[in-house]
Design a protein around this ligand. Structure first.
Ligand SMILES: [Zn+2]
Length: 117
């Protein structure tokens, strides 16, 4: 686990990731599958109003591939202020599902169409 984090940090320093520094190594990074295209473990951006992955796929740090999940503020907004049903593993599940099947469960476009973000 520590070795894994060290390897990822080296990949970050080497510039292999196409995302800004706000994307962090997930706490349970050993449970995230490697990207089938760039072979990196994803980094994650999980703040109040945004929830997505960043890996080595994409043009640059502002135009890169992401797997998405609904943010906590969006969830709370739709559920009368309650985070009870919020799935803290949704982004990881969406990522691993995409790695295994190629299917995106929550593409950005679908989230927006459903009034989520
Ligand atoms: Zn990738």
């Amino acid at each position: 686990m520590i070795q894994l984090e060290r390897d990822i940090k080296l990949d970050i320093i080497a510039g292999k990731y196409k995302c800004i520094e706000a994307y962090k190594i997930p706490k349970d990074v050993d449970k995230w599958l490697n990207c089938p295209n760039c072979y990196l473990k994803p980094l994650v951006w999980e703040f109040n109003n945004d929830r997505s992955t960043g890996c080595g796929c994409g043009k640059n740090e502002y135009d890169h591939f992401s797997i998405w999940a609904e943010s906590i503020m969006s969830h709370v907004g739709r559920n009368a202020g309650s985070a009870l049903e919020y799935d803290i593993y949704e982004l990881r599940n969406n990522w691993n599902h995409w790695v295994e099947t190629g299917e995106e469960l929550c593409p950005r476009k679908k989230l927006l169409e459903e009034g989520k973000w």
